[in-house]
Structures are given as structure tokens and as C-alpha cells.
Design a protein. Sequence first.
Length: 77
Amino acid sequence: MHSNIAEGNGRPTTPDYLRHLGISRASLNEVRNHLHFIARKHPDAHGLAAAEERVVDVARPLSGLIKSLKRKMGQDK
């Protein structure tokens, strides 16, 4: 995920950067899905709550960055 953010930041255009940020957000959602799957199959697994908190900690600024860049480009979606 971080590699996609770094690669996108090195791209020459904002749409390219946004595409890589979107890929990063999709990867983060995939991690969240895996955590939910683990929690269902192994409810006594340790560290799941902390991992979910970390996902939220990363998702919040990532979504904010995407929204900010879209706003600057006039794509308020």
C-alpha cells in the first residue's frame, strides 16, 4: 500500500497520483476484509482490535488526501 502511495507521488500528474491512491485504498479495504475474516474464524485471536485501529488510522488521512486532491481538480465526488 505504501509503495503505491510513493509511486503515485512520483507520477507527473494528479490523476496518476489519485489512481495510485485509489489502489492503496482498495488494498487497505482488502486488509480490513482479511481482519474481519480472521475475527470470524478465530474470535480469540490476539491483536485484531489493534490492527483494525491501525487500518482506521491509515484510512482517515488517505481518504482526506484523496478528497482534497479531487477538490483541487474540481472532482468533488
